[in-house]
Design a protein around this ligand. Structure first.
Ligand code: HEC
Length: 251
């Protein structure tokens, strides 16, 4: 009983000392398809999320850890990936004359960032730096639930809240003032697969895509886990049968 009381007290103190913990606990959980031991990504959703990233987020955010060929996992053909990559230009070289030159991106290139460097990104965004999104769902407490809450959390500020110029009020962002303008609204994209593009749907899809970029091996890990459990189950049954046979004569 004493132990229980002490640990409850300790947990209470932790939450009091680190309000972030309490805020994380308050984040509503979304029913992501990849949750649970056997959960898997929904590849149609990843394709939609990629479309949202390319059409909206990639105007400000980079995705430096993902190469174009990686999206082959969603079911794109090699030619489709080549076309998607070739829409962006990257610097290459030097050529035989010693000059750097621009060429269309190839499937082996990483996603081409919208700005050549951090300074240029800040100048275009009122002094704020849009962070790279490759590992974003791993980098914030609450992961995909936080990204979902952030992208759907833009509201008018409460009456007594003074919002500096160029800042937006966001319920999920720590401190509530963020320099990212609300990036999505209903019908911000027209989905290639005909799915209705409500704001919530768009946010769900792009968050799923960002979870994949941070954790692309999840599907393999989950299906391997299932196989290992099945193997252990069969092995246990065999060993039990063997044990009964070996000891059958001993009474
Ligand atoms: C007009 C430019 C712009 C667009 C478009 C944009 N963002 Fe941002 N984003 C920013 C800036 C600037 C910040 C940094 C905000 C800050 O630190 O105040 C940011 C920050 C973020 C963060 C980090 C928040 C944190 O906790 O630090 C996430 C996640 C994010 N954006 C996701 C997205 C997604 C997903 C999209 C596409 C649906 C998107 N953004 C589109 C400019 C943009």
């Amino acid at each position: 009983m004493r132990k229980f009381l002490l640990s409850t007290l300790a947990a209470g103190l932790m939450v009091a000392a680190f309000p972030a913990l309490a805020e994380e606990a308050a984040l509503p959980h979304q029913p992501w398809p990849w949750l649970g031991v056997f959960g898997q990504y929904d590849k149609a959703q990843l394709k939609r999320g990629l479309q949202v990233f390319r059409e909206v987020c990639s105007n400000c955010h980079s995705l430096k850890l993902v190469a174009y060929r990686n999206i082959g996992y969603f079911g794109f053909t090699d030619d489709e990936i080549k076309d998607i990559a070739a829409e962006k230009q990257v610097q290459d070289g030097p050529n035989d004359q010693g000059d750097m030159f621009m060429r269309p991106a190839r499937p082996s290139d990483r996603f081409v960032p919208p700005f050549p460097n951090d300074q240029a990104a800040r100048v275009a965004n009122n002094g704020a730096l849009p962070p790279d999104l490759s590992l974003m769902t791993k980098a914030r407490p609450g992961g995909p639930d936080y990204v979902f809450a952030l992208l759907t959390g833009f509201t008018d500020p409460p009456k007594n809240f003074t919002l500096p110029d160029g800042m937006y009020y966001n319920e999920a962002f720590p401190g509530h003032q963020i320099s990212m303008p609300p990036p999505v609204a209903d019908d911000a994209v027209t989905y290639a697969d005909g799915t209705k593009a409500t704001k919530e749907q768009i946010v769900k899809d792009v968050t799923a895509f960002l979870n994949w970029s941070a954790e692309p091996e999840l599907d393999v890990r989950h299906s391997l886990g299932l196989k290992v459990m099945l193997f252990l189950f069969v092995l246990t049954a065999l060993l039990y049968a063997l044990k009964r046979k070996i000891w059958a004569d001993v009474h």
